[in-house]
Design a protein around this ligand. Structure first.
Ligand code: DX5
Ligand code: ZN
Length: 220
């Protein structure tokens, strides 16, 4: 039985000068999650927001904060993102010396655990952990920036991952992130993704009609 499709808009494409209003608008527009891209200028060549900003957004909405940590080292920041109000904390295995330890640090904070695979990162990096995490985030662009072109080669990996999860009856969501638009969203779902992240498509298409864009991604 496939999990219902959820839409997780990435606020990386939002207007940072009014981030609070943008988060409230996303909730009103029917977003299921709020995807928060944290970048440290070290793991990826870009710098965005940290726990202090997330703390100010937390009281504005009850929507799930789907926090994507593109930072390394990552362990020493888990607690501050948990305290800031993250609900799902997703990290990259290349950002830690001990994936198991990072998973337990997130669980200790009572948060859901996600692991993210870059386009060239193999499923082998995570298949030993699928029984203890909540989400795998398949990157369909190189992490670091919004507005990049979708990389269809990750669909094969997505299908493989879906088979692995179904065969073992793991309770793991597959989230796909990067370059998702009205044309490729159905391919991502067919491959097994049940959570779609989108930044530029949601904020820019149809003159920025958030509700319309979220619904098209959910329905197509
Ligand atoms: C990229 C981020 C993505 C990005 C998605 O490193 O992880 O979440 O913001 O934005 P679009 O949908 O524009 O590719
Ligand atoms: Zn992301």
């Amino acid at each position: 039985m496939n999990n219902p499709i959820k839409i997780s808009p990435s606020i990386l494409s939002a207007n940072f000068s009014k981030l609070g209003e943008e988060v409230i608008s996303l909730e009103k527009a029917g977003a299921d999650y709020i995807h928060i891209d944290v970048m440290d200028g070290h793991f990826v060549p870009n710098l965005t927001i940290g726990p202090e900003v997330i703390k100010t957004l937390r009281p504005l909405t009850n929507k799930i904060f789907d926090v994507h940590l593109m930072i390394s080292p990552v362990d020493n920041f888990i607690k501050s993102f948990a305290n800031a109000g993250a609900d799902i904390i997703t990290f990259h295995p290349e950002a830690t010396k001990d994936t198991s330890k990072t998973i337990s640090l997130i669980k200790k904070e009572g948060k859901k655990v996600g692991i993210s695979l870059k386009p060239n990162s193999k499923i082998d990096l995570i298949n030993n952990f699928l029984g203890e995490i909540d989400l795998v985030l398949i990157m369909s662009v190189e992490p670091g920036f919004g507005g990049q072109k979708f990389m269809p080669e990750v669909l094969k990996k997505t299908k493989l991952l879906k088979e692995l999860i179904s065969k073992n009856n793991f309770k793991v969501d597959i989230e796909i992130d990067g370059g998702i638009n009205f044309e490729n969203c159905s391919l991502a779902k067919e491959a097994g993704a049940n959570i779609l992240v989108s930044g530029s498509t949601i904020f820019k298409e149809n003159k920025g009609d958030l509700r319309k864009n979220i619904e098209i991604l959910r329905k197509n």
